[in-house]
Design a protein around this ligand. Structure first.
Ligand SMILES: [Zn+2]
Length: 490
């Protein structure tokens, strides 16, 4: 029994696990974080008590350890070339089939899943990101059109941005976070408007410079813009998935001419992508496609006659989503036959086992994946969850240790907080369970819940202990946020 959640009645959250019917519709006895881990992806969504009420266009942020690592490595030289600190620049993958990328203030580049699956190679993605970093470095703030649109999900973009801005530190980080939240609330109400012609020209010129400095060829950028241009002409404009990028970043003939003229002047024009990086990109592209595209489409693009890691990877996800765990496991075993100690293949194996109700069998592969990645926080959170779901109380101390280490590395990991809260709850440790709930509510900017849970934690924890001080911090900052909100309304 969760003792301190008077609001649960109105705030029931669904734990939405992919595929497993037992998980669908399961109401947790605990307040769920908005960021949920699904089949290897951490899906940020507002889990409503009624799933059918989800807006059709609901947007979600996908988090995946392998994909984030590949994008980080591919983008790092460009971020440095832009004079920015790679530790502060985040790449967020938006679950959206439209081909688009944008920055919305702050230091996060948003890339739609549709852009990654449409790109032929990592060099094309690098070209797009170089342009987006041009907008970021130029301080271009994209504006939003009025009109009703998926209010819930885009709020979560605000949440993540807010967290990133707050984590970036500085005396005005709270203000920055509040400002970004405001922008995302506007985003929730409408579509992004286009950057101005001047901003596009500036971002193009900056992108050319960054690619040159990072010694990355502009070929991919040109290929991708031309590809978008042809997609746009092939389909009716409003229905084209390419229209989205073109609407926010108008692809005028003079832009293409400028890029065609500028890129070949760089000494990087003939530079080749590192084959290892390209291979890693093809893997995550296939994995993403397997996760977001309709399974039937995945089977057309990666037919069973097709071998190689990307094809097995895509099909493993597609089968898993289509609720064929045995077929999914065959594909994972084919992957592991090529690389028995690949942490991401082990992670997937563990997830399929966990999500098909075999928590005990999931422990070994997830433990190895966690060790091999030196406790990558997203993988560790899944490992912790598997340990919890074995139902074996002797596993709880290890799960707690793993999850504590995960949040020490990446606090923006509500699944880890949730898992810890679950363990404390099962052990009857109400104050620590409340503290974990307060942490996740704080991350989600649900300040009322954060205040309530932090209060329970504060009253129950030994005075002066670090956890008690942390509860007090959350309590005070939640009170301040609530007061600010109240003041803002008058
Ligand atoms: Zn642009």
């Amino acid at each position: 029994m969760w003792p301190s959640t008077g609001q649960i009645g109105t705030q029931q959250m669904l734990k939405r696990r992919f595929i497993t019917p037992r998980a669908l519709g399961r109401i947790m006895p605990f307040r769920m974080p908005h960021l949920l881990r699904l089949s290897g992806w951490l899906l940020a969504m507002l889990a409503l008590s009624c799933m059918t009420a989800r807006p059709v266009m609901a947007q979600e942020i996908l988090r995946d350890a392998e994909t984030e690592a590949v994008l980080r490595d591919a983008v790092r030289p460009l971020v440095i070339a832009a004079g920015l600190d790679p530790r502060n620049v985040d790449i967020a993958i938006v679950h959206d089939p439209e081909i688009n990328a944008f920055v919305a203030g702050g230091q996060t580049v948003f890339i739609n899943s549709g852009l990654i699956t449409a790109a032929d190679n990592i060099n094309q993605v690098q070209g797009v990101i170089a342009h987006e970093l041009g907008h970021m470095a130029g301080g271009h703030v994209i504006r939003f059109e009025e009109g009703a649109k998926n209010a819930y999900a885009v709020m979560l973009l605000g949440l993540l941005l807010g967290v990133a801005a707050a984590a970036a530190g500085g005396s005005d980080s709270g203000e920055a976070a509040a400002g970004i939240l405001g922008a995302s609330q506007r985003a929730a109400e409408g579509k992004l408007l286009a950057y101005s012609r001047e901003q596009e020209a500036t971002a193009d010129a900056a992108g050319v410079k960054f690619l040159d400095k990072a010694h990355i060829s502009g070929r991919g950028s040109l290929e991708f813009f031309k590809k978008l241009d042809s997609l746009e002409h092939r389909h009716s404009y409003s229905h084209s998935e390419a229209a989205s990028f073109a609407q926010n970043h108008p692809l005028t003939p003079d832009r293409i001419r400028f890029l065609e003229d500028s890129y070949p002047r760089s000494s990087a024009w003939n530079a080749k992508t590192d084959p290892a990086l390209e291979a890693r990109f093809q893997r995550v592209k296939a994995k993403l496609s397997g996760y977001v595209d309709p399974p039937a489409q995945v089977m057309l693009e990666y037919p069973e006659t097709m071998q190689g890691q990307p094809a097995h990877y895509a099909r493993a996800y597609a089968w898993h989503r289509a609720a064929y765990p045995d077929k999914a496991m065959e594909e994972v075993n084919a992957l592991l036959a090529t690389a028995p100690h690949d942490p991401y293949f082990l992670e997937l194996k563990g997830q399929i086992l966990l999500e098909s109700g075999h928590a005990k069998d999931a422990v070994a592969p997830l433990r190895e994946a966690t060790t091999l990645t030196e406790n990558q926080p997203l993988i560790a959170a899944t490992f912790g969850q598997a340990l919890i779901e074995t139902g074996d109380r002797t596993n709880y101390p290890e799960a707690l240790r793993i999850l504590h280490a995960a949040v020490d590395k990446d606090r923006d990991n509500p699944l880890a907080w949730y898992g810890m809260g679950e363990i404390y709850d099962r052990m009857g440790d109400v104050p620590h369970a409340a503290l974990c709930s307060a942490e996740s509510a704080d991350l989600e900017h649900d300040f009322r819940m954060a205040e309530q849970q932090a209060n329970v934690a504060y009253r129950g924890l030994p005075t002066g202990s670090p956890d008690s001080l942390r509860a007090q911090d959350i309590l005070l900052s939640a009170k301040a946020e609530l007061a600010k909100k109240k003041k803002g309304r008058h």
